[in-house]
Design a protein around this ligand. Structure first.
Ligand code: MLT
Length: 272
């Protein structure tokens, strides 16, 4: 699994949203790295992680290592994260995830809660998909496989991913996000959509987690709105809710100062 790492201090693993990669965390990383060892993996099939979950893209020798692809599942993505923690010899970390990354973080919580010293959920939600959402995802997966991801994926997703304030006043953020989306391979996009479509409800895992938990949400998020964040904060015994003004679904890109200001004191209180 490919990952970017920087900083020193509390180990903080941040899992990215769909359909982007670990680079979405760069603005937040630079604001936390004096306090935290920030580790941001690319989920399998996205960024520089290969779809078979073993090596970085471009490093596979097809003859020597035939590609075997696991069934799409957030549990498989969670197992990749746990394997990375083993590889880095990190028994416990503060685990964060934005949107799809939050679904994977909750899957880690279901599989190995003892590895999670603190939980940071950013613009995500705990329920499983409705039938309609699942059908949409499977359609996006098929379209990505048939047409590739150029153009239409970014066009369809940008208006929902970014808040109105960002879209209207910050063309550089819109451009950066478009480039991140355009960089994602079709097979990884399809795998991630199918994995998300199959994910279960996570409320039970949240109710059972007695560690510190922060739930952050952009006030303008329409994909996983503040009401969904409140539900998670209410389910978490030690859940703290933070609403970020002027941000949509991706506060690491849209409101990194406000997100970092919320995370710093919370992180300082967590012993790993
Ligand atoms: C994401 O940002 O990861 C996706 O919008 C999540 C989703 O499609 O549910």
């Amino acid at each position: 699994m490919h990952y970017i790492e920087s900083g020193a201090g509390t180990p903080l693993v941040l899992l990215h949203a769909f359909p982007v990669d670990a680079r979405m965390w760069n603005p937040l990383r630079s604001r936390l790295e004096e306090q935290a060892r920030v580790i941001t993996p690319d989920q399998r099939g996205l960024g520089e992680s290969s779809l078979d979950g073993t090596t970085a893209r471009g490093m596979i020798e097809p003859a020597a290592a035939p590609l075997t692809v696991d069934r799409p599942s957030v549990d498989v993505a969670a197992a990749d994260v746990l394997e990375l923690l083993d590889q880095l010899e990190l028994p416990r970390v503060v685990l964060g995830g934005c949107s799809m990354g939050g679904y994977v973080a909750m899957a880690v919580l279901r599989a190995a809660p003892q590895r999670v010293a603190g939980l940071l959920l950013v613009d995500t939600k705990a329920p499983a998909d409705t039938d309609e959402q699942r059908t949409n995802r499977l359609n996006v997966a098929s379209r990505a496989e048939q047409e590739g991801t150029g153009g239409w994926l970014a066009e369809n997703m940008l208006p929902n991913l970014l808040g109105a304030a960002t879209r209207e006043k910050r063309p550089e953020v819109v451009g950066d996000l478009r480039a991140l989306i355009e960089a994602q391979p079709a097979d990884g996009v399809a795998w991630a959509q199918r994995a998300m479509a199959a994910r279960p409800d996570s409320f039970e895992a949240l109710r059972a987690f007695d560690g510190p938990a922060m739930v952050a949400v952009g006030a303008e998020d329409t994909i996983t709105p503040p009401a969904a964040a409140r539900e998670m904060a209410d389910a978490l015994p030690r859940g703290e809710l933070v609403e970020l003004a002027g941000s949509g679904h991706l506060p690491s890109l849209e409101a990194p100062d406000a997100l970092a200001d919320a995370v710093r004191p919370w992180l300082a209180g967590i012993g790993v």
